[in-house]
Design a protein around this ligand. Structure first.
Ligand SMILES: Cc1cc2nc3c(=O)[nH]c(=O)nc-3n(C[C@H](O)[C@H](O)[C@H](O)COP(=O)(O)OP(=O)(O)OC[C@H]3O[C@@H](n4cnc5c(N)ncnc54)[C@H](O)[C@@H]3O)c2cc1C
Length: 207
């Protein structure tokens, strides 16, 4: 069944990824009526991979720390690998959590719904004009607008384009670790051994 869009809300949010869903929850908890839409399916919104997220960001945002399957990597050394080369920097002292973003987005969306926000997928935002959010399912009058549509979004608030020098290239790979004991061992020689025994399970170079 297609969810009808309200005619008028206090807050309209474009994008239901981490930013949009978190904003929807915060605004709904503040007692505002909230509509949050995503051009894709809600269960496909936002980041669909594992991210390294500093724990303080959760605390700052008032979001509970990830647990269970959402916490993909427990506390342990953080490996920064440069390109595809054999070198790496290992950071032991950090508070970066490895988070399954698919589950985090789902949790944030659930928080927003529980707080009373309306989330609707497969609604593309086309623009913002005269206090109205323009979507492919019709306009919605709104007092406040949050553009959480990401880098490729419609830039409803005339945000300046991101300069190329401020962009970084990111790629998602899944590796099969053949020697789990290696990276778990604090001995630097073991890290090298683990590097040699780590092979890409999927990458642009292997089909
Ligand atoms: C491979 C990769 C690895 C990364 N690793 C890390 C990491 O380790 N740590 C870290 O902090 N960050 C990382 N990032 C960056 C991080 O994932 C993003 O900063 C984060 O997902 C941005 O969240 P967001 O909610 O602002 O936007 P997004 O996650 O981009 O969500 C925007 C949503 O808006 C929707 N949308 C777009 N246009 C419209 C429209 N016209 N109408 C309606 N909806 C629309 C999209 O469908 C999407 O669901 C990584 C990014 C990539 C690509």
């Amino acid at each position: 069944m297609t969810t009808a869009l309200p005619d008028r809300v206090d807050v309209a949010i474009a994008g239901a990824g981490t930013s949009g869903a978190a904003a929807a929850a915060a605004c709904a908890r503040a007692g505002l009526s909230v509509l949050c839409v995503d051009r894709g399916r809600l269960d496909r919104a936002g980041a669909r991979w594992l991210n390294g997220v500093p724990a303080w960001q959760f605390r700052e945002a008032g979001v509970e720390l990830p647990a269970g399957d959402e916490l993909a990597g427990g506390p342990g050394p953080f490996h920064l690998v440069a390109g595809w080369g054999p070198r790496r920097v290992v950071v032991d002292d950090h508070d970066v959590l490895e988070v399954d973003m698919r589950l985090l987005v789902a949790r944030l969306q659930e928080n927003a719904r529980a707080a009373g926000a309306t989330l609707v997928g497969e609604v593309a935002v086309r623009g913002f004009e005269g206090g109205r959010l323009l979507t492919d399912r019709g306009p919605v009058q709104t007092a406040w607008l949050v553009d959480a549509a990401g880098l490729a979004g419609p830039r409803l608030l005339d945000q300046p384009a991101t300069a190329a020098r401020d962009l970084c290239v990111a790629a998602a790979f899944v590796h099969r670790l053949r020697d789990r004991a290696g990276p778990e061992d604090a001995d630097p020689d073991s890290y090298r051994r683990a590097q040699l025994l780590t092979e890409p399970a999927s990458s642009p170079w292997t089909k």
